[in-house]
Design a protein around this ligand. Structure first.
Ligand code: NAP
Length: 270
């Protein structure tokens, strides 16, 4: 899909990777509706997009609530008349020992990371199918391919998002509507991992927000169903881990991910 003149609904547009993706899309001439809870953050992003001369709107909303998601879709359709690209980027980082995390936080994580993308797709896909054109892009995570400790719920939502998306893509087949999932590794500079102030394990690699944005653009322009964004080729390790879960347990310990996560959440040594 050529992005010029397309209408994009991007979630998570207030901070982190979202504004960088928004700018990459605006540079290609896409019109952007941005949503997130922070009105201030959304307007900061819109200000940065102004030089690109594309149409933009900010729709502050809490995606943890179904009525809010419906309001976002109604508003963007009212403003743009259609959505060509739905970009499910908003995510809630939930880390800590699973048993110590309050149920409300776990439920919110499922709602924002999984239910919201499913619901927004359910609301917008029928119109894309009618036009035989459109693209839904999800921002998952490498944690959705190899689930990490002290972020089990987060990893689970990212894995479910990807598997649901695979099934849906096979279901709609040659309808003309594309579905892609982008899997970033540890993202440096901005976003949830960068805020921790920790360094990614050396043997696992990392990526920048600009590389994630480039991967999103590539997914839309090429129609690729899956893009992994990481400086090192981790696919073989991930594939082996899927075949042999105990190998994944060992590899995550050996590569320093288990220890990094433990230190990140301040859990006691095993
Ligand atoms: N950073 C990484 O290392 C990394 C790695 C792999 C994958 N990812 C994925 O990349 C995506 C973006 O991550 P990021 O690093 O940019 O995270 P971030 O800096 O924490 O930003 C998260 C975005 O989601 C929005 N959001 C969170 N809860 C929301 C809610 N209830 N309703 C509406 N919007 C909500 C936030 O806006 P408000 O707070 O204003 O609502 C913000 O715009 C996420 O899906 C994340 O899982 C990130």
């Amino acid at each position: 899909m050529d992005l010029s003149g397309r209408c994009v609904l991007l979630t998570g547009g207030s901070r982190g990777i979202g504004p960088v993706i928004a700018e990459a899309l605006a540079r290609r001439g896409a019109h952007l509706a941005l949503t997130a809870r922070s009105e201030e953050g959304l307007h900061r992003t819109l200000d940065a997009l102004r030089p690109h001369g594309v149409r933009t709107i900010a729709i502050p909303a809490d995606l943890a609530h179904a009525a809010e998601r419906e309001r976002v879709v109604a508003r963007v359709l009212d403003e743009f008349g259609r959505v060509d690209v739905l970009l499910n980027n908003a995510g809630l980082e939930t880390e800590g020992a699973f048993v110590e995390l309050p149920w409300e936080r776990l439920a919110e994580t499922i709602e924002v990371n999984l239910t919201a993308p499913v619901h927004l797709t359910h609301l917008l896909l029928p119109q894309m199918l009618t036009r035989s054109q459109g693209h839904v892009v999800h921002v998952s995570s490498l944690a959705g391919k190899a689930a990490i400790p002290y972020a089990a719920m987060y990893s689970g939502t990212k894995a479910a998002l990807a598997r649901w998306s695979d099934g849906l893509r096979r279901e709609i087949g040659a309808s003309g509507v594309r579905i892609s999932t982008v899997f970033p590794g540890f993202v440096t500079e901005q976003g949830m991992f960068a805020r921790s102030g920790m360094q990614p394990p050396r043997l696992l690699g990392s990526c920048t927000p600009a590389q994630v944005a480039a991967a999103v653009v590539e997914a839309i322009e090429s129609g690729r169903s899956e893009v992994v964004v990481n400086s090192l080729p981790v696919r073989p390790v991930v594939a082996l881990g899927e075949l042999f879960p105990s190998f994944a347990d060992w590899a995550l310990r050996r590569l320093g991910v288990t220890e990094l996560q433990r230190r990140k959440v301040g859990a006691p040594p095993p």
